[in-house]
Design a protein around this ligand. Sequence first.
Ligand SMILES: [Zn+2]
Length: 196
Amino acid sequence: MTISTYAKKRSAAKSLGAKRYFTGKPCKQGHISTRFTCSGTCCECLFIRSNTPEAKIQKYKIASLRIKNNKEKYNKKARDWRNKNPDKVRAILQRYRASENGKQVYRGCSRSYAIKFPQRRAANENARRAIKINAMPAWADKEKISEFYKNRPHGYHVDHVIPLVNSKVCGLHVIENLQYLKPVDNFRKHNKFEIS
Ligand SMILES: [Zn+2]
């Protein structure tokens, strides 16, 4: 809408049902701008008022309250968007993980996970290590292995009877090759394997 198409008087704008009108005269602050029909407020003044830091905080508060009161709706909206844009989600997560904030959060997560589930953590770590050195065959019974870690007696380590990395042999990360060992014995053994 160009300036010339606005009604000049508020009453005229009202009867036309227009949201704004334009008198062509400056407001108290000297803006020559359109005005709102409902209140007679100068649009430029309102724009300036609504962009102060305080106004922005107020807007943010109102928006977050709206989200809080319509949780279901906004959760669904977010879920739909995530399902539609998996690439964007991945990119955002990657960016977050690389950021200083994200690094701290993820470090905290893995630490609290380790405290909460020490056995699971040990099982995961060893499985990862085994995959890395190709010691976990496809037929390995992952469930039995994690069960073995879960049932580890207090004060014992899970040890590979035949070590995964050794100059003479390479053991597998399979249930048949696992045993419980006192930490002292485990350190004494330290990847040694004697062929008898
Ligand atoms: Zn103004």
